[in-house]
Design a protein around this ligand. Structure first.
Ligand code: CA
Length: 234
C-alpha cells in the first residue's frame, strides 16, 4: 500500500480547520492538526509531516516565529494560510522560509493546487537543470533549458540573455511565487541595486514576446508587491 502523505494543519479557527481537514481527507491525505503554536511546533518535530499548513494568527505565538523555528532544523514545505493581506507579511513569510501563501477565504481547488505544487518542489529553490526536467511546457509555450530555446506555437522567440535567465528561473519554479529581491539577486548578483525597475522593464519585454496579450498574462503572473509566479506545467 502506498504511504499516505501526512499534512500538519496549524490553525486555531475550528471551522477553517474542519474545512481544510475534510478537503484533505477526501483527497486521501493524512491530516494531523494543532490549534496553537506550541502544539504545532511539537507535532512538526515528533510527527515528521510531509507538509505544513500554517495560520499566521495563532493565540499563543506569531506564525512568523513558527516558520523561523521550524526552518532552524528542517525544510518541510510550509504554506502560510492567512487573513492578513499586507504585502509585507507575504514577503516576510517567504523570506523566513515559507514556500507559499494562500489568503483566506480560499476554495478547495486552490488549496489542493498549492499543496501539490509545494510537495512537488519540496523547498528547494531550483536554479540548475540537474534539479528539474530539461524543458517546460505550458499551453503553447515551450522552454528548452539546455538549448536555451523558447518557442510558442513552434515559433522561436528571441530573448536577451537576462530575459532568458528570468524566464528559466520562473519556469523551473513554476507554480511558486518568486520574490522580486530573489530574482534580482539571481540575475544581477548580490550587490545589485535593490530596485525593481530593471526587473519590471525586463518583464515587460518578456511579456511582449511570449504573452498572446501582455495586458492579460497567461504564462507569468504578477503577485503585486511580492513577486512573479509562472503558470504550472500542463
Ligand atoms: Ca487564526
Amino acid at each position: 500500500m502506498k504511504q499516505m502523505i501526512k499534512i500538519l494543519v496549524i490553525e486555531d479557527e475550528k471551522n477553517i480547520l474542519s474545512f481544510i481537514s475534510s478537503v484533505l481527507t477526501s483527497q486521501k491525505y493524512q491530516v494531523i492538526s494543532a490549534v496553537n503554536g506550541r502544539d504545532g511546533l511539537s507535532q512538526a518535530a515528533s510527527q515528521c509531516p510531509d507538509l505544513i499548513l500554517l495560520d499566521l494568527g495563532l493565540p499563543d505565538m506569531d506564525g512568523m516565529t513558527i516558520i523561523k523555528r521550524i526552518r532552524e532544523w528542517n525544510s518541510t514545505p510550509i504554506i502560510v494560510i492567512s487573513a492578513r493581506i499586507q504585502e509585507e507579511d507575504k514577503v516576510q513569510a517567504l523570506d523566513q522560509g515559507a514556500d507559499d501563501y494562500i489568503t483566506k477565504p480560499f476554495g478547495n481547488s486552490e488549496l489542493l493546487a498549492r499543496i501539490r505544487t509545494a510537495l512537488r518542489h519540496s523547498s528547494q529553490f531550483r536554479t540548475d537543470a540537474s534539479s528539474s526536467g530539461s524543458s517546460y511546457h505550458s499551453g503553447d509555450l515551450t522552454i528548452d533549458f539546455e538549448k536555451r530555446l523558447v518557442t510558442r506555437n513552434g515559433q522561436e522567440i528571441h530573448l536577451t540573455q537576462n530575459e532568458f535567465k528570468i524566464i528559466a528561473l520562473l519556469a523551473r519554479n513554476s507554480g511558486k511565487v518568486l520574490l522580486y529581491d530573489r530574482l534580482i539577486e539571481h540575475i544581477w548578483g548580490p550587490y545589485s541595486e535593490n530596485d525593481n525597475t530593471i526587473l519590471r522593464v525586463n518583464m515587460a519585454n518578456i511579456r511582449r514576446k511570449i504573452e498572446p496579450n501582455p495586458a492579460e498574462p497567461v504564462y507569468i503572473f504578477t503577485e503585486i508587491g511580492v513577486g512573479y509566479r509562472m503558470a504550472e506545467e500542463d
